[in-house]
Design a protein around this ligand. Structure first.
Ligand code: GAL
Length: 663
């Protein structure tokens, strides 16, 4: 399969007279895909039941005639005003109990049945009309579930659905076993026992923190609502169309389990805004933000490519509990069914929504595009074709300026298009190391951070960065993965609840495994297991006490590096492999399993992971700051995220440069 380019286009924003020129120019640029329609509901159905699909027929026809393939979005992220008038209680409600208003987008609660029925109706109309249109070659459901903090809603609809969800979690003949829930949650503490499921409220506006088991259950429920909402659309689209279905995920949005949603979809795509993310989401310190202000973080995009490749690998229809093998073995076996990863929106210039919005360093748009391809993407679409002179995103760059003159991103896209003509096809390749990412662990840490700002995402990302600084390509795996063959090392830091099946599969694999801190520390309902964690049969390590650390009080380790944020006191008969300067054990090992009882800083993680790679026979190649490698089945890519040239063994890497070696 060839790698392809595309763009996001809004025909409804532009006069009909320029559609043909736009389409011709897109084709001329070398684009294959055009995503349209995802915010167009008010122009498709301006009044209830008054359908105006003619312009969309026309737009699809114009694009198709130019040789472009359309990705058609369902418009459910932007219900028109009349939908709200019809369903005044469809709005999501924030933690303070305030409904969120009309006037932007994503103004709906995932649990509202009336809104769901409206969505089913409009999606059915679209699917009936375009399901066998030869120019519609893919679908996108909704737009960016979770954007603008929209997964969690404390509405009446959510309350009713949550109670039903709990009844199903604690089944009994009479519609739920409330005694089992009370016991599992520990509701005896503070007399929180319930007599019936109808007494259970949503966990907001409590006097002090709610029971963590209650809070976690609500997070699991909220995630399931997203999967169900998405599935309702997918079921309709599949009835009328054979075209693959995608959703466009985001950077560091963890409020719903993307593996569960991915199980219903054919393509995992995501929206990559490296400069916006650096300011807004990476959590880098000021010096790092300055250093990479015009390039973006060297690992953040890569991490999401790898994460969403794993989401894509969850087989359609397998469901979140099913075994998901995240990456096929080798190029030869797997090309026909490699995980379908796309970048549905790629930043092409300055955006409008981050605290600061610099322009990318010349070369970065090209680098980001190649980086996506290096991580397995089959398509990269730029957001957006032309900058809009009106409304919320008038200061968001497109490939074209509002006056249709090419913006700098246009030329870089053209350069990639030329390079692609010579490039090999997609060639998947298993990485030597794997990292398990668990959305439920994100929620568990948020429910109980134990120290200000401590987040599972950051812990996992620190491990990922350390692996990449060692020159490694990394596969991210779903927590449902059970086949670990081919990997030298598997990491599952911070995964607070580890299902028995996962532990057994990791043990059976005989692979080097790194867990901790905080791995296998809770049962499924957030209770501390006894014997004390980690709940890992055969590993004689006990976390006897733990503390969190002020950011300015890291604890130095013997041999260099430090532990920051999180430090456990660990004991047991396993071999101590790392100690603090004061001699307290920090990491212990038994067989191929290493337990790390603290959050290592960069130096500590690099040293620990370097040692484990050595044991596993995985070759490492420590890289200069800002330089990263990524291997596919056919190429070795070198990326330079620095604003200056760097000498490497592969030659000189120019500033913001990409070097491709054919293998
Ligand atoms: C994405 C969104 C697009 C657009 C873009 C701007 O989050 O899907 O519709 O708003 O951001 O960067």
């Amino acid at each position: 399969m060839k790698r392809t380019l595309g763009c996001c286009y809004y025909p409804e924003h532009w006069p009909r007279e320029i559609w043909e020129q736009d389409a011709a120019r897109m084709a001329d640029l070398g684009l294959t895909w055009v995503r349209i329609g995802e915010f167009a509901w008010s122009r498709l159905e301006p009044e209830p039941g008054k359908l105006e699909f003619g312009w969309l027929d026309d737009a699809i026809e114009v694009l198709g005639r130019a040789g472009l393939k359309v990705v058609l979005g369902t418009p459910t992220a932007t219900p028109p005003r009349w939908v709200l008038d019809k369903h005044p209680d469809m709005l999501a409600v924030d933690a303070q109990g305030r409904p969120r208003k009309f006037g932007s987008r994503r103004h709906y609660c995932f649990s509202h049945q009336g809104y769901l029925a409206e969505c089913r109706r409009i999606v059915t109309l679209l699917a009936e009309r375009y399901g066998d249109n030869p120019n519609v070659a893919a679908w996108q459901t909704d737009n960016e579930y979770g954007c603008h903090d929209t997964v969690i809603s404390y509405s009446e609809a959510a309350l009713a659905a949550f109670q039903d969800w709990l009844r199903a979690q604690f089944p009994a003949a009479n519609g739920g076993d409330i005694g089992a829930l009370n016991a599992a949650w520990g509701n005896v503490f503070w007399s929180m026992d319930y007599r019936d499921f109808s007494e259970i409220d949503l966990p907001n506006l409590t006097v002090t923190e709610p029971n963590p088991a209650h809070a976690l259950a609500f997070r699991r429920f909220s995630s399931d609502q997203v999967a169900a909402f998405n599935r309702a659309q997918v079921e309709i689209l599949r009835r009328y169309s054979d075209a693959p279905i995608a959703h466009n995920y985001m950077g560091r949005v963890t409020e719903f389990d993307h593996f569960a949603t991915g199980a219903d979809l054919d393509i995992a795509s995501w929206d990559s805004y490296p400069l916006g993310f650096l300011e807004d989401r990476v959590g880098a310190d000021a010096a790092r933000q300055r250093r990479y202000a015009r390039q973006g973080d060297p690992d953040f995009q890569a991490f999401h490519h790898d994460l969403y490749r794993a989401v894509a690998a969850v087989a359609p229809g397998s469901g979140s509990e099913a075994v998901a093998q995240s990456y096929p073995r080798s190029s030869s076996e797997a090309v026909a069914q490699y995980p379908r990863l796309w970048v549905m929106e790629q930043q092409p210039g300055p955006v409008n929504w981050a605290p600061y919005n610099p322009s990318p360093l010349p070369g970065m748009v090209r680098l980001w595009t190649w980086e996506a391809f290096a991580h397995g993407a089959e398509a990269v679409l730029y957001f957006r074709w032309r900058q809009a002179p009106f409304a919320q995103e008038q200061l968001h760059a497109g490939l074209l300026r509002p006056d249709s003159v090419a913006a700098p991103g246009f030329d870089e896209a053209a350069e990639v298009a030329r390079e692609l003509a010579e490039a090999p096809d997609i060639a998947p390749c298993q990485a030597p190391v794997a990292l398990i990412f668990d959305y439920a662990a994100c929620w568990s840490w948020e429910v109980q951070p134990q120290g200000q700002g401590l987040a599972y995402f950051d812990l996992v990302f620190d491990h990922y960065r350390a692996l990449r600084r060692l020159g490694l390509s990394v596969d991210i795996l779903a927590p449902t993965a059970r086949d670990f063959s081919g990997y030298g090392l598997i990491l599952a830091p911070g995964m607070m609840h580890m299902p028995d099946g996962l532990i057994a599969a990791l043990q059976a694999s005989g692979t080097e495994v790194l867990i901790g801190p905080r791995s296998a520390a809770r049962d499924a309902h957030f209770t501390i297991p006894v014997p004390l964690p980690p709940a890992w049969p055969g590993l004689d390590v006990t976390v006897s006490r733990l503390q969190t650390l002020r950011p300015d009080m890291p604890v130095p380790l013997a041999g260099g590096g430090a532990v920051r944020n999180w430090l456990e006191e660990i004991e047991g008969s396993a071999e101590v492999v790392l100690r603090t300067e004061d001699g307290a054990p920090v990491a212990m090992r038994e067989g191929p399993v290493t337990y790390m009882g603290g959050w290592g800083d960069d130096a500590a993680l690099e040293a620990l992971l370097g040692t484990l790679c050595n044991r596993a026979g995985v070759a490492t190649r420590p890289l200069p700051e800002g330089v990263r490698l990524r291997r596919t089945g056919a190429e070795l890519f070198w990326f330079n995220h620095n604003a200056h040239a760097v000498e490497t063994e592969a030659g000189t890497l120019p500033a913001a440069g990409v070097l491709r070696e054919r293998l």
